[in-house]
Design a protein around this ligand. Structure first.
Ligand code: AMP
Length: 248
């Protein structure tokens, strides 16, 4: 079986993001970029399924600017077999991403399409849901466990517990934080990844309308929080919650 894994290039999670002074966008000039952490988990899961003999080929796909190649090389170093880059400088909103991923999935015909549950830059948590609807494939979102056979059984993180769903293949699964811990990529694998195939596609070749449907009006940083205080006793805490915060 083939697994297609979607990997997004995002601002590294350690970076403190700043809003541009005119409030039009976030400032990502000279900022460290990395693979979206949930996508690393998705790649790791695909590699583990391959190591368990349940998957024959892993294809990583990324959509966006030229530097997405670096993100794809990381996926290849983690264990993906080949990569597909849909190169564009245009802004890609989740619906456009979902349409492009659906088009790539129709070309590649994977048994499983793996994504992160959300991208840590836009925090949209939409693409997996949209691409499953566009393809008409079942969806197991926010997966904390994936068991693959001639169907896929997904344990989902839901409010107040876990839900298990069984999906016929092909299916879409989005990875949550507790699914696994991605491996540390070793230098020889980084070197080997440079020789793995990376195919380039254009939006025009895929015939997808990527026009943005949403307009960002303004971005603002959250107002600074006041420093906390330490209280000596539980009684003092209750008194403060009652008399000062007035929440009791
Ligand atoms: P979002 O719906 O934006 O929170 O993104 C959810 C998931 O969709 C991400 O974790 C990725 O797996 C995938 N995704 C979003 N944008 C891209 C992109 N430009 N290229 C590849 N995958 C993407």
């Amino acid at each position: 079986m083939k697994v297609l894994v979607a990997v997004k290039r995002v601002v590294d999670y350690n970076v403190q993001v700043r809003v541009k002074s005119d409030g039009s966008d976030v400032d990502i000039a000279n900022v460290k970029m990395s693979m979206n952490p949930f996508d690393e988990i998705a790649v790791e899961e695909a590699v583990r399924l391959k190591e368990a003999g349940k998957v024959a080929e892993i294809v990583a796909v990324s959509l966006g600017v030229k530097q997405c190649e670096e993100t794809l090389r990381t996926a290849l170093a983690m264990g993906a077999d080949r990569a597909v880059h849909v190169e564009t400088d245009a802004e890609l909103q989740p619906l456009a991403v979902a349409k492009l991923l659906a088009a790539v999935a129709r070309r590649e015909q994977p048994g499983l399409l793996l994504l992160g549950k959300q991208a840590i830059d836009d925090d949209a948590n939409q693409t997996g849901q949209m691409v499953s609807a566009l393809l008409g494939w079942g969806l197991g979102s926010a997966a904390s466990r994936v068991e693959l056979s001639d169907s896929v059984t997904v344990t989902r993180e839901v409010d107040g517990g876990a839900q298990t769903v069984k999906l016929t293949l092909p299916a879409v699964v989005t990875a949550d934080l507790r699914l696994n811990e991605p491996r540390f990529v070793k230098l020889p694998n980084i070197m080997a990844a440079k020789k793995k195939p990376l195919e380039k596609l254009t939006v025009a070749e895929l015939g997808v309308d990527i026009a943005p449907r949403l307009k960002t009006l303004k971005l603002a940083e959250p107002s600074p929080r006041k420093a906390g205080i330490k209280v000596a006793t539980a009684a003092e805490l209750v008194a403060k919650l009652k008399n000062e915060a007035k929440v009791l």
